[in-house]
Write a new protein. Structure first.
Length: 304
């Protein structure tokens, strides 16, 4: 632990007194690996009696797990170098323990693909429809109704959310079968996935409505689609882990709603986590939706 803290800040270390709590946090995504140091490790080191460590890793992210194995192996190699040449060799070795079955890259990409399908339906079924209604004068009909601005926006968002949920749900079922996700039709997991898809769809439709609430030209949202999909999708960790991002891109990832949707879906599909593992993601998406809807309500004009 001292060597890790004094190194090049490759790791952030957390000490646990309870191994069970450490493994619980690992499964809930709060940490990405646990180094188990057995009680007799120091004695075996001095006795040159095959001392061993265990690295229990979250192998759902192959990039991070491979980096952890390489860095821990490098640390042990440095640890095993003797101060003086020894007549009896007793080097420590590292046992790799993978918490989850092997995760092929197609499974790693599935959560990002699901979020992208939701985003595409949000763009087509939410924001673009609203701008097209304005371009064709159809919005005059609901502007003369007695409903409030918030109710109008909520109606648009809920309608777009329902369409996006259908798209996301279809890709979850088909994608899980193609990618070989274990127990794809487990009722408890499907319930958690449905909650994540609904919250994600509502957060993204709220963002789209906020961006397009003052637009009138139907060509503008279509031109924005490619830029938005790039800016939101690639910094989310859908294709590459955020730990490898430069600092400025990590800032973008921290406020990107895609990031939290991808993390929640990956936790459910690859780890079969409970709500404890995705509670923070759901909370951020809910707060993001509330802020985006509030801002859109302030910007919405009930005039032609």
């Amino acid at each position: 632990a001292g060597a890790i803290r004094a190194g090049a800040r490759t790791f952030d270390s957390v000490e646990y007194a309870d191994p069970g709590q450490a493994l619980t946090d690992l499964r809930n995504g709060r940490i990405q690996a646990v180094v188990m140091i057995p009680p007799d490790f120091s004695r075996r080191v001095y006795q040159k009696n095959a001392p061993r460590l265990a690295l229990i890793e979250d192998n759902t992210d192959n990039f991070v797990s491979a980096t952890l194995v390489a860095q821990m192996s490098s640390l042990l190699s440095a640890f095993n170098l003797p101060d003086q040449p020894a007549r009896i060799v007793g080097q420590a070795s590292l046992d790799i323990v993978e918490v989850y079955p092997y995760v092929p890259y197609v499974q790693y990409l599935l959560p990002g693909s699901i979020v992208m399908s939701i985003f595409m339906m949000v763009m087509i079924g939410g924001g673009i429809n609203f701008v097209d209604d304005k371009a064709h004068g159809l919005h005059e009909g609901y502007l003369v109704t007695p409903v409030t601005k918030f109710e109008l926006i909520a109606g648009f968002n809920i309608a777009g959310t329902l369409k996006a949920v259908l798209a996301g749900g279809a890709l979850i079922v088909v994608g899980s079968l193609i990618a070989g996700i274990a127990n794809p039709f487990d009722p408890a997991r499907l319930l958690r996935l449905a909650v994540v898809v609904m919250v994600t769809a509502f957060a993204l439709i709220s963002l789209m409505f906020l961006l397009m609430v003052r637009m009138s030209n139907p060509m503008v949202p279509r031109a924005m689609f490619g830029v938005l999909s790039t800016v939101l999708y690639f910094p989310s960790g859908a294709v590459y882990p955020q730990q490898g991002f430069p600092p400025w891109l990590q800032v973008i990832a921290a406020v990107n709603p895609f990031t939290y949707a991808v993390h929640a879906l990956r936790s459910l599909l690859l780890k079969d986590s409970g709500f404890a593992g995705i509670g923070g993601d759901l909370l951020y998406l809910a707060l993001f939706s509330a802020i985006a809807m509030s801002a859109a309500t302030l910007l919405f004009k009930r005039t032609l």
